[in-house]
Design a protein. Sequence first.
Lengths: 300, 399
Amino acid sequence: MNRRDFLKLSSVSLAGAFLMGLFGRRKAWSAGPVPDLVEVTGGTPRERVAAAFKALGGIKKFVPTGSTVVVKPNIAWARNPEQGADTDPQIVAEVVTACRQAGAKRVVVMDHTCDKAQLTYPQSGIEAAARAAGAEVLHADQKDAYREVAIPKGKALTSALVLKEVLDCDVLINLPVVKVHGSSRVTLGMKNWMGVVWDRGALHRSDLHQAIVDISTVVKPRLVLLDATRILTSRGPKGPGDLTVLNQLVAGTDPVAADAYGARILGFNPQEIGHIRLAGEAGLGKSNLDALKVQKIKLG
Amino acid sequence: MKAKRFWLRLLCQAVSLGLFFWLAWATRYPLRLKGWGSLYFHLDPFLGLGASLAALRPVLQFWPALLLLALTFIWGRFFCWYLCPMGAAMDLSYWLLGRRFWPLKLRVAGRPAVQTGFLLVFLLLALFGFSGVGQRFDPLAISLGAMLSRPGLLVGLLILIISLVFPRFWCFTICPLGGLLEWTRRLGRRLRRRDPAFAGGLTRRQFLGIMTAGVAAAAGLRLKEGGGQPGPRLLRPPGALPESELRSACVRCGECLKVCPAKCLKPAGLESGLSGLAVPHFTPREAPCELCFLCGRVCPSGAIQPTDHGQFKIGTARIDRNRCIAWAEGKLCLICMEYCPVAAIDADGRMRPHVTPDTCVGCGACEKNCPVSGAAAIVVFREGERRGRRLGFSRGRPG
């Protein structure tokens, strides 16, 4: 290599490095710091989901190409979408679509339902909507779909049978509906994990709030999206009860922060809700709402 | 000509068999068939006659069966040869398997005297309220039964296998529907003066013997059974008629068992007496009623009436406070409240469940999901039940 070549190469490399650095910095700068939670209000389900992902830094950040995604909505009850007992089917479909567009290989939608899955999947509208969006809709009512996992940090439970799809997936997205609950007071993200375990009764027989936290120490979502399209404010979880239409979606990566925020939507102080307080104390996330950075987006 | 007739018949049978099982398959949640699902059962004069004898009034839902009788009067047992799904299954399996070992010509194996005897006994039993006994031998019910349970399938297969050796033995020796149609056919031929008088192959002595023994046995069973008081936990599907009318109107066809999405309805054994044999009931701890009301929509006889929310009550849930973990141990449970589809369970300040009896419909979702091991701590009793309306003359709803 002579001097001319050396200078040429080094100057081109330097310029390239400088440009790359500038570009990279500009990108980080334009996106701004990512908030703890995003609250999107109004718009269509598609717009809400798109806005939430964008504010969190884009879905590609969470769903790599070729990955297997499990979307866990609440499909517990044989109720119509308008009754607010299950996650809104359009929100589920939009999340599935977004994952597919991000290049996910498989998107699985499933729930260990309370009423028979044969009834809840069609009646909630989720089966048809998710399937049309390109998801694999699987039933979770057979014991062989579960695998036993140890819960080393468990205080009420030492082990549990958890859905294999949930344990083995690359990306787990928790997509509960926001509603009140007769025994756990609210049912949001962490309570939604009762739909990935086989023996729900065991959670009640031990200590419900602690058991929910114990499950949350082993089942960890990449993303939590709280569907507050309509919220059930009485006679939860099954209803029929009072409904408020909010057209809201709350998104974040911290499962405890999301639940704390959801509890406040329902009018509770999050610290009053046993499993949210205990999860905060166990270090699973931030339960103190004042310490959270929440980006609020209003759509037309 | 004969060969042509043979192929035509085989084709008819294949189509009818396919139709029967397609209708049976389509009798499922969510029900899209508008009442045509139980077409075959409406055509069955034996089921209709049994129900009418047991109820001591004509069960008009079976009027299409009169049509079948009239045609049998003219054409003979065309139903058995061309339409009956069980006969079709026999002939088709004989044609596929049996004829390799036996000649193509069907040698019908029949004992008319035995068949007449069976039919007489079944009808006498029906008259005394035990219509379920004969109805268990109905070929349509057996055919549907083959789709319902493993024992039902075994019974069907057994009959098919025997028929490979003794073709149509069932139809000419046992089948009560075949017996009834045979009588009709013979009567038609007699009135057209083509046949001498037909006594069903029985001598007068045999006939009188069967009648006397049959009446004595049926009356004895009736006396033994008394009023047939159902137990406190005998839960009937929503819209079921009052108990005694239910038992006589039910034809044990299995349509309700087939359509039930919860698979909760089961045919009773002898626990509710011989008159309650094979009448549908459910045990919530095994599977609760999902309140879809499809059983009332498919029932061909009106034994289960079409019903809806607010028109029925299966029973009432009661809490055993000594075993309930919220009451006895102060645990945070309330699963019963969570699952209750009609909001009949409330929690008090100490998070203990209470049932509102007037709101509870007795579906048993609470009993099924109670986390207490073994028997549930909340259990549905027949107490407070509200049954379907009485069987009316004008409420025929066939087809």
